[in-house]
Design a protein around this ligand. Sequence first.
Ligand SMILES: [Ca+2]
Ligand SMILES: [Ca+2]
Ligand SMILES: [Ca+2]
Ligand SMILES: [Ca+2]
Length: 609
Amino acid sequence: MQPGKNRLLTALVGLVCTAAAPAQETRNAERTAGYHDHARLGQELRALVERAGPRATLDVLARTSAGREVWLLSLADTGPRPPEDRQAVLLVGGVSGNDPTGSAVCLGLARQLVDALGDEDHDLHDLLASRQVYVVPRLNPDGCERFFGDVWHAQPHNARATDHDRDGVVNEDGVNDLDGDGIISVMRIPDPHGTWLADPDHPRLMKPADPVEGLRGTHRLELEGLDDDADGHRNEDGAGGVDLDRNWPHFFAPGNSQHGQYQLSEPENRGLATFVADHPQITLALLYGLHDNLIDVPKGKTRGPDGQSYRDLHPDDVARYQHIAKAFKEQTGLTGSDGSNPEGALFAWLYSQRAITTFAIRPWWPLDRKPEPASQPTTQPDASPDTETAEDGDDAKPKPEKDGGKRDRKKTDENKPSDDPLGRRVTGSKWLAWADASGRPDAFRTWTAFEHPSLGAVELGGFAPFVQTAAPAAELPDLVTAQATFLAHASALLPAVEARPPVTDELGADLWRVELTLVNTGYLPTHTAIAGHTRQPALVVRPELPAERIVGGQRAQRIDRLAGSGGAADVQWLIRGKAGDTFSLNVYQRALGSIKVPVRLSAGNGGTP
Ligand SMILES: [Ca+2]
Ligand SMILES: [Ca+2]
Ligand SMILES: [Ca+2]
Ligand SMILES: [Ca+2]
């Protein structure tokens, strides 16, 4: 194939697309209905802030390489504490460019939060009155904008210009919509040395060759495209640079241009990282995306090569996550996920390095739905095992994944999409059954013959891009409602430090014992296991008195941790003073805020003024 011929063909494809512009507009409007592109997202956020008045602000967290703004919506209602002295909750969506649902759910939650401002009957009102809420509905606007483009090609990356094949030219050879249908399909190329074959159980799908099982490959797979720069490779360096969910410092895997040149190399991630570092009050984060740590709670067993850091959860936080996961499943009805990979992922950094309780949520999972739940009786107390396989398509249920990365391949491969993005487009019998059952003929393209300019006879087919990550628009409101329920629940679990009335005893002439008991009435401890592991600062209590009046006890007493659900600790001092003297005890922790406890030296009233 001559490069000149390639260019001519690309130009012809371009002409076809231009001529079909009105039809294309209709097609784009139909397939992205219910979703907001960047411009509409901005309009909606500005409208929300206008409606919220002084209780909301919209800031720019970062500017992308394509010049788009990454927005941050801050919300707080009037409450007992000023917003800057409250714990804060962070919501993030749109980290992956191939995930329209997460961003849409995050925006839906922002709408509900604005609705809840000033409305004491709203389920989210307590959250707004007791916490500061930050919403980043779309961390990766460049990547997410591809969903609204003329040609559908789902990829997680942002738009950083990256020379993926290191040939000195950037973005020179991306995919090509050869048949002009507005979708980048999978090419199935006959090849006796190929590593794929038609799945004997699901002939429309493909299966990896397996010499052990005697399954011989008959095809190889590639994305629809040409060798635009005639370097002997097809589609090796298209538009799209770094996967923002592989660019965070926790277990960052270097040496892959899609992960970024170095940790936090991307402006979107740097903007958010700086914001999080500058706001230690953030104690809870909910991420709406493609990862999950609530359907399959990690076991917390894996450490990194240094033997120090935990790959996912600290083992002593696992039981608490499991407890919360039970409520999550009940409240959202979600029963499945693709698992998660913490390497370089945002959720893993927030938890492991910032010690923020972080929930990674995949808000849409149409497989394994009630009344045909997956076989998870321990987490689905109301699910009847009898209803299991009836409507779920053409094969037996797989076992639920026990541990994200270590699933039983033999049992799950038929139903679970492959870890390889190309493999995901041609495997997953449950997704196929879902597409058939929900009347989505557009979701899977049956293999159709195509004469490729250089490869000859190939076939185009496979799952359409975004099918597994863009919830049908009609389902979005229910997804938001379910997540709003869990958001209200989760944000009420945060630690809440309260001071019991201080006790003062007169021990002798002008000498007093002052004792303060602090109680954590929240569910979560003041310091989770990961907070202890990463040495987050202790609670510090100090009497506001000149040093010479404190004759016993540390001037600043530290409490390393208060357990959740009523955990308590005492601190005491010997103080010089006279009956009737008053002063304050200051309780402070940078994430939990401060409490000022008034004290009056008095033998008769227990120390309370
Ligand atoms: Ca290149
Ligand atoms: Ca196509
Ligand atoms: Ca090439
Ligand atoms: Ca090249």
